[in-house]
Design a protein around this ligand. Structure first.
Ligand code: AMP
Length: 674
């Protein structure tokens, strides 16, 4: 595919804020993309060149981009910088100059998706002397062949700032629109218990996409036919409302919801849109259900809702249920990879098995010639195996040697090495990003791994097993060693008194509260379903990403202050919710300082106007507040009253921040209580 075809779609996406329209453009593109190019196209649509679970970065500073534009167009860097200040968008600046230059030159090589993608991917592997020059050259090479519109989006992709507003919700819906047959009629041309969807273009019998049991699930057997004649109608809600009978509209919606749910479930397992589309194309819904988790490739963790107290926890998850200590550490996904089975050829994490490293081969397994590797991920897919050699050791020692492959879900919690008392998260947060003196730091800030779930075991996904079964297996395979590796403390009860006592014990031990878990629940990656709820005494804080700040004055001169913070709407758009200035310190010994935040944010500055600075959404902080209020001042429609910085969340990235839905729920919760 030509890169310009993608850029034309970007431009259309940028030109509208209507979600349905965006979904339509995306679906058109997906439909015409061949399987061989899906991987690149889907990633580029999201403005990335590496999958979500691959933490390689492009690492190109704005200054180097200015240089690349200069190399490609011959325009003076000062002039480029000036225009950048004016427009706030180096993409537009590059487009402008490419336009002028193109009038002078005639020949240029047509850019393909493959070429752009491969040049951009190369940006990440570089290290050492001369790297900046080489990166600049790679980008300049692309710009030299680029058409003006292509130049705009090459630069924005390099700077990881696409401005086209494509969220995972639209991508998911677009896949449903492009990959499922038209819902023009529903004929039950059953053969045995199989049913087919009938498309205008006729679906061949072997393209069965829905089985009878799936039909029953969505309870549509009783509905005879739908009158949605063509896709444009499905795309446009109003038309359906106006012209089609209520029943048809409902059915279309019901089917659509069912399909989107299936697509989303599959995506939450693979974190790769291309895998989802290919599975759909090859085997329809059946293909989606066959998508499986695999040790070595991180899985989105299951999230929990909040209950106000133990009584509500019981109401939400049922009686009896499990209560566990809620540790104040960070989520750690532990993968035990059998290298023989896990080379996926995609250059992903699993391929690291080939690296000959002491850690790679468990000495016990040498005997049976199995190569086992332990890989550790944070909930935002950061590979922190190197940062936690102590945890790797624990897994090797305390997880039964019969376990050849596994994915464990756990919380790593810090403790004081002298008193063995638990410590709050910030005491160990520095270990997550550390690249030097790792062993020393591990001694200074030891962690205990509290394993609480299991997603995979010896060739078998466990996510559809009931919680009590997963937990029972866990207790068989882990040999608990306090302050090293243990199973999370658990009781199963239907008595409020007992649960409240357990809750108090947990708080006394320095934990945040308790988790209540439904005993029969499956594990749903990436979802905040009510299978488990957390109960904690402090007000729910928000994890927000910094999107802007102001240069300070007086004694705060040279520091960024007054940080604009944002959450995510359902579409994945970043929406602002307030400004945080309180809780950040001036002196290092007191905590996280303005200076520290300034240094962290500086490389991400994308625009400056007077004192105001806009930054790429990268740094996540936890924020407390007194109240959530409705407010037109911020794009979220809400504002925080008296927001206060609590801590840096180095284990989270922009994909893990609080959602607008959570904010709305918290807002309603506080109203309800009044
Ligand atoms: P929160 O971050 O307040 O939404 O609380 C959910 C988080 O608590 C999870 O993502 C885990 O990191 C952490 N956690 C601590 N202990 C447990 C436990 N026993 N079960 C599940 N999650 C836990």
């Amino acid at each position: 595919m030509k890169y310009i075809d993608l850029c034309e779609i970007y431009e259309k996406l940028e030109s509208t804020s209507r979600r349905l329209e965006k979904t339509y453009y995306l679906s058109q593109l997906i439909k015409k993309t061949k399987a061989e190019e899906l991987s690149e196209v889907m990633l580029l649509l999201e403005g990335r060149v590496f999958p979500l679970w691959d933490t390689r970065k492009l690492g190109m500073a704005s200054r180097s981009v200015v240089k690349a534009i200069n190399t490609a167009t011959g325009i003076d860097t000062d002039k480029i910088e000036l225009e950048w200040k004016k427009t706030g968008d180096l993409g537009i600046v590059s487009e402008m100059h490419t336009k002028q230059k193109k009038q002078a030159t005639l020949f240029s090589q047509e850019l393909t998706i493959k070429k752009v993608f491969s040049n951009l991917q190369k940006l990440s592997g570089m290290e050492g002397q001369g790297t900046v020059d080489m990166k600049t050259k790679l980008v300049a090479e692309l710009l030299t062949s680029a058409k003006p519109l292509e130049a705009r989006y090459i630069i924005r992709t390099v700077l990881e700032d696409m401005r086209v507003g494509v969220g995972s919700g639209s991508l998911r819906d677009a896949i449903v629109w492009s990959e499922f047959p038209l819902i023009i009629g529903l004929e039950l041309s059953g053969e045995g218990d199989q049913f087919y969807f009938k498309d205008k273009e006729q679906i061949k019998p072997d393209k069965t996409i829905v089985s009878k049991s799936e039909f029953d699930k969505i309870n549509i057997l009783k509905i005879k036919a739908v009158g949605v004649e063509n896709k444009e109608k499905i795309n446009d809600k109003e038309k359906i409302n106006d012209k089609d009978k209520g029943n048809d509209k409902e059915l279309a919606r019901e089917l659509f919801n069912y399909f989107t749910e299936k697509v989303e479930e599959a995506y939450n397992i693979t974190n790769d849109w291309a895998d989802v589309i290919i599975a759909l194309r090859e085997k329809g819904l059946k293909g989606l259900s066959e998508i499986n988790i695999k040790p070595g490739k991180p899985v989105k963790v299951m999230l929990y809702q909040k209950a106000a107290n133990i009584t509500e926890a019981f109401e939400r998850v049922g009686k009896p249920c499990a209560f566990e200590y809620k540790y104040d550490g960070f989520r750690l996904e532990i993968h035990i990879v059998d290298c023989k089975n896990n080379i996926d050829g995609k250059g992903g994490v699993v391929s690291k098995c080939n690296v000959d490293n002491e850690n790679d081969v468990d000495s016990r397994s040498k005997k049976d010639k199995t190569q086992k590797k332990i890989v550790l991920f944070t909930r935002s897919f950061e590979d922190v195996t190197e940062q936690f050699p102590d945890v790797v050791e624990f897994v090797k020692k305390y997880v039964s040697e019969d376990v050849k492959e596994a994915i464990l879900d756990s919380e790593a919690v810090g403790f004081n090495p002298k008193t063995t008392q638990y410590l709050p998260f910030q005491s160990i947060s520095q270990r997550i990003k550390r690249i030097y003196n790792i062993k020393e730091l591990a001694k200074q800030f030891p962690v205990e791994v509290n394993v609480f779930d299991m997603l995979y075991h010896n060739g078998k996904s466990m996510i559809n097993e009931e919680f009590h079964k997963r937990r029972a297996l866990l207790s068989k395979i882990i040999d608990p060693h306090p302050r090293k590796m243990v199973l999370s403390r658990i009781i199963i009860t239907n008595k409020e008194e007992e649960a409240n006592k357990f809750y108090q014990n947990s708080l006394d031990a320095g934990n945040e509260g308790v988790m209540a878990k439904n005993l029969e629940a499956i594990y749903k990656p990436g979802s905040r379903v009510g299978y488990g709820v957390k109960v904690k005494p402090v007000m729910e804080s928000l994890d927000l990403v910094i999107t802007g700040a102001e240069w300070g004055e007086g004694k705060r001169k040279g520091w960024l202050t007054s940080f604009v913070v944002a959450c995510r709407d359902e579409e994945g758009n970043i929406v602002e919710i307030g400004k945080v200035g309180t809780g950040i310190k001036e002196l290092e010994e007191e905590g996280v300082t303005f200076n520290k935040l300034t240094e962290m944010l500086k490389p991400s500055i994308k625009e400056e106007k007077g004192q105001e600075v806009k930054v790429k959404p990268k740094i996540v902080i936890e924020v407390h507040y007194e109240e959530i209020q409705k407010s037109p001042s911020y794009s979220s429609g809400y504002a925080l009253r008296f927001p206060r910085f609590v801590r840096l969340r180095e284990d989270r990235n922009v994909n893990d921040i609080s959602t607008l839905k959570q904010v709305e729920e918290l807002y309603r919760g506080q109203r309800g209580r009044k």
